[in-house]
Design a protein around this ligand. Structure first.
Ligand code: PYC
Length: 317
């Protein structure tokens, strides 16, 4: 008698991109992470479900640039949804482009309409608004600058000065780097920012996992950035959490007033519009709002066949 094949698991996903940066929302078939605050559930996700993360976003089903979003029941009772974002190497605290992609995906599925939607994340609840024109505004977690003008000695480069700031993830923000921020230079920019990140981590800031370079805006924006993500992919969008960290630095330096708009372009020229209100002026804590647009690109079913040698993705160990 023939032995039946073990059943392949099926995971429903919806893909979108926000200013060129992709998001894959896991709509069903994801692991049950139990109850409790999302900060605790993301630890369980990392400890017990790492191969699921890799199966969803890594090759051969995904790529280094893909960000996954696992929908989970919220813990915060003001929220309608909970989400855990993850990338090619692990979970993320928050993700701005991913939240914009999530809202557009939920609207595409008919699960939300225009208006405000509270979303629970491992670093706190955010309010995302689906605007009448289809854009999404994310009122992100409180953001702040931890350290100003930190000088790190980068091997092969020399001293580099930047700010350390929180925008839902940790960033090192560099304005003075002497490089042109264009698509043709991404390899050199990736090499530079990877070296900077390692030096920043070694020289007192091990929590920093994103590096942002800033230059002049190219398409009418206030600035253009290049953002290196934790797994060495660069953000195709202007990075929502990175824009929040930038707003915190601008606010702290008095370079942007409360309510004034900052247009942040990413390396592709796609833009996010940012503004802030003060949460606590003496400590420099701001409440950033970042607005952008996303488009759904696919609805699909991932098949996890246990007979496939790369069933769990090609993982970076
Ligand atoms: O938009 O916050 C963001 C983000 C983080 C990593 C990639 N995108």
């Amino acid at each position: 008698m023939l032995h039946p094949m073990p059943l392949a698991a099926r995971i429903s996903v919806v893909d979108s991109h926000t200013g060129g940066e992709p998001t894959r929302v896991v709509v069903s078939g994801g692991p049950d992470l139990g109850e409790g605050p999302l900060a605790a559930r993301v630890e369980r996700f990392q400890a017990q479900q790492d191969r699921f993360r890799s199966a969803v976003v890594n090759e051969p089903r995904g790529s280094d640039v893909l960000v996954g979003a696992l929908l989970v029941p919220p813990h915060d009772t003001t929220c309608a949804f909970g989400v855990i974002f993850f990338n090619n190497v692990g979970p993320l605290g928050m993700c701005g482009h991913g939240t914009i992609g999530l809202l557009v995906t939920l609207a595409h599925l008919g699960r939300i309409g225009p208006g405000d939607h509270r979303i629970d994340t491992p670093v706190g609840a955010v309010t995302a608004t689906l605007n009448a024109d289809g854009s999404v505004s994310v009122a992100n977690v409180a953001s702040y600058r931890r350290a100003r003008s930190v000088v790190v000695d980068v091997p092969g480069i020399g001293p580099v000065t930047g700010d350390v700031a929180w925008g839902g993830n940790w960033f090192f923000l560099v304005g003075d780097h002497g490089r042109s921020l264009d698509l043709a230079s991404v390899e050199a920019l990736t090499d530079l920012t990877w070296r900077i990140r390692q030096a920043v981590n070694a020289q007192g800031y091990p929590e920093v996992d994103h590096v942002e370079l800033f230059g002049p805006g190219g398409s009418g924006g206030d600035s253009r950035n290049f953002v290196l993500c934790p797994g060495k992919a660069y953000d195709r969008s202007p990075c929502g959490t990175g824009t929040s960290a930038k707003l915190a630095c601008l606010a702290a330096d008095g370079d942007l007033a409360e309510g004034e708009e900052w247009v942040q372009e990413g390396i592709l020229g796609s833009a996010f519009r940012g503004r802030f209100t003060w949460e606590d002026r003496p400590s420099g804590r701001i409440l950033p709002v970042v607005t952008g647009t996303a488009h759904v690109t696919a609805e699909s079913t991932l098949i996890l066949d246990p007979a496939d040698p790369f069933c769990w993705g090609i993982r970076v160990e």
